[in-house]
Design a protein around this ligand. Structure first.
Ligand code: CU
Length: 339
């Protein structure tokens, strides 16, 4: 109710302002003044306001930049992260220089070339040299940005370390399933027709493929060892999701029907990062960054970066999805070894 009254008051105030302007105009017309036609003094004050606006705008922007420092992400926690930060920084520097120059000139020209009584517009329709410069310079800048970015992309998605640990990130509406490839470091075959959420076979694992018997599926949170190369094999069930690790500065789309890869080596454990950020509650996170439906906001998953020993301990507590097949296989292997 109060909100409605406030809106009403604002509307009435606006009507009042318009009516006052109208009265002023009518009275000025009665006095024989030219209303609605800008004279030199109008142009001067408008030009000056242009300049003032530019300075106020830049002041706010610089204040904002200082204000958000310290609210940004902590230092990159992966081998690729530093390159990623540098690519962003490089872009920002170029954007800022160009932005400040062009925006300043935009407002300054409004002030400098305001209409005055005896000025005449200078007719300057064409200059080949100028056009060449403003085409070639941005082209070179863009090419450098793109090549620099592609080198980062190659680092993220190119051929991974052959010994890298294989982990599947499986996205569905609305959570992640993380599948470890187990002792053999090979992910078992899956088939979408075998997906059965009721029996927790979220990814549709195929029990006839022996390489999947040691695969471990986890939900809620997952661990990775520090200083170990990891390849993430990303999949999605029904719509596009995005696997985004802000602290490791990597992301890739999860697309139904295909597998997308990205890899990195985590360089800072969760414990160390807590010390760096002076935040005892700090946690790494995996986010979905494609708006994938009504529960999209609910997809964050905690990521813990452990020391190799801690990781082994945590892993020992997890169970393969096909526990009975895994156990049987192991007993057979042990029996064969005993013979
Ligand atoms: Cu999603």
């Amino acid at each position: 109710m109060i909100k409605l009254l406030v809106y009403l008051a604002v509307v009435l105030a606006l009507i009042l302002v318009f009516q006052l302007i109208r009265i002023y105009q009518l009275s000025a017309e009665l006095k024989g003044k030219h209303v609605g036609k800008a004279d030199d003094s109008n142009n001067r004050s408008q030009g000056l306001l242009m300049l003032l606006f530019a300075f106020a705008f830049f002041a706010c922007l610089i204040w904002l930049l200082f204000d958000v420092r310290g609210k940004m992400l902590p230092p990159a926690a992966s081998d690729v992260g530093e390159t990623s930060d540098n690519v962003f920084l490089f872009n920002w520097v170029i954007i800022f220089i160009v932005f400040f120059i062009t925006t300043f000139l935009l407002f300054y020209f409004g002030f400098r070339y305001k209409k005055q009584k005896n000025t005449k517009a200078y007719f300057y329709p064409h200059n080949d040299k100028l056009e060449l410069i403003w085409t070639v310079v941005p082209s070179i800048a863009l090419a450098v940005i793109i090549i620099y970015g592609l080198s980062l992309w190659a680092k993220m998605t190119g051929t991974p370390d052959p010994k890298a640990m294989v982990i599947q990130l499986y996205a569905k509406q609305f959570d992640w399933t993380v599948r470890y490839a187990g002792d053999d470091n090979v992910l078992g075959k899956t088939d979408y027709r075998l997906i059965d959420d009721a029996s927790n076979n979220t990814v549709g694992m195929d029990s006839t493929d022996a390489s999947g018997w040691d695969d471990i599926m986890v939900k809620g949170e997952f661990h990775i060892p520090v200083n170990t190369p990891i390849v993430f094999k990303c999949n999605a069930r029904e719509v596009m999701h995005g696997a985004y690790f802000p602290h490791f500065r990597e992301q890739i789309n999860c697309v139904p029907g295909i597998t997308t890869d990205m890899h990195f080596t985590a360089t800072i454990t969760t414990d160390s990062m807590r010390k760096i950020t002076h935040d005892t509650a700090f946690d790494y996170i995996l986010l979905c960054n494609r708006v994938c439906g009504s529960g999209h906001y609910n997809m964050p998953m905690k990521v813990v970066v452990d020391s190799p020993d801690e990781f082994k301990k945590w892993m020992a507590k997890q169970h393969p999805f096909f526990t009975h097949l895994y156990d049987m296989h192991h007993k057979q292997a042990v029996a064969t070894a005993m013979k």
